[in-house]
Design a protein around this ligand. Structure first.
Ligand SMILES: [Mg+2]
Length: 220
């Protein structure tokens, strides 16, 4: 039985178009060019953060985040950056009696924004910076399991990346849903792992309530 649903953040709940567009602006690179190289780095199986070094070889993400904040242009996302299915999907899952969490590779600053946006909608919000462990580190998923009041095989982890979300969550003994959006899922969708590993492959988070209901009926 699936009793808890835990969501990744970037490209699962939050459309990062604004986020990376403003990074392109900060680098002084045309957005179209930055996004193309971003996809190329993912398709090459590299860490996406290497995209910054493609444009500025000595780029340090932590340092530049602080510089952006100091310049009054901090990384930011808000209600307008949420995918349109997020609010109705969370509401339906909660109405169905599922325990809900949000856990992703996020900064303390982003964790604060998430808490403002979702305080009343989920049972837990945890970030890699809070826990000192980032996906795909197994420790991240141990932390998710620890704060979720159910067994690992009663947790559904929902994310957009095979490498960071699906593969490590499956290794942790969780069920998974791969949502088909954002650069990673778009590039990885037809890979063997993307086809075989996830419990559910969905185009929208709105498919989850029905998928979970059917899964739990069969498990009974
Ligand atoms: Mg993501």
């Amino acid at each position: 039985m699936i009793r808890a649903v835990v969501f990744d953040v970037g490209e699962c709940l939050v459309d990062e178009t604004t986020e990376y567009g403003t990074w392109a602006d900060w680098l002084g690179v045309p957005r179209h060019t930055f996004h193309a190289m971003f996809g190329a780095v993912i398709a090459q199986g590299r860490d996406y953060r290497e995209v910054f070094q493609e444009f500025q070889s000595d780029f340090d993400l932590y340092e530049q985040r602080e510089k952006r904040a100091a310049a009054g242009k901090p990384e930011h996302f808000g209600e307008a950056d949420l995918y349109a299915d997020v609010r109705p999907a969370l509401a339906q899952l909660r109405a169905d009696g599922l325990w809900l969490g949000i856990a992703g590779n996020q900064t303390v600053r982003a964790g604060g924004i998430l808490r403002e946006l979702f305080t009343d909608d989920v049972d837990l919000i945890g970030t890699s910076d809070d826990w000192g462990a980032s996906k795909p580190d197994p420790e991240f998923f141990r932390r998710v399991a620890k704060v979720t009041p159910f067994e690992n095989d009663e947790i559904l982890y929902v994310g957009d990346r095979v490498d960071n979300d699906i593969r490590p969550a499956v290794s942790a003994g969780m069920h998974t849903a791969l949502v088909h959006r954002g650069p990673w899922a778009t590039i990885q969708w037809r890979s063997e792992e993307a086809e075989k590993l996830p419990t559910f492959r969905v185009e929208s988070l709105l498919e989850l309530p029905t998928a979970i209901r059917k899964f739990n009926e069969q498990a009974r």
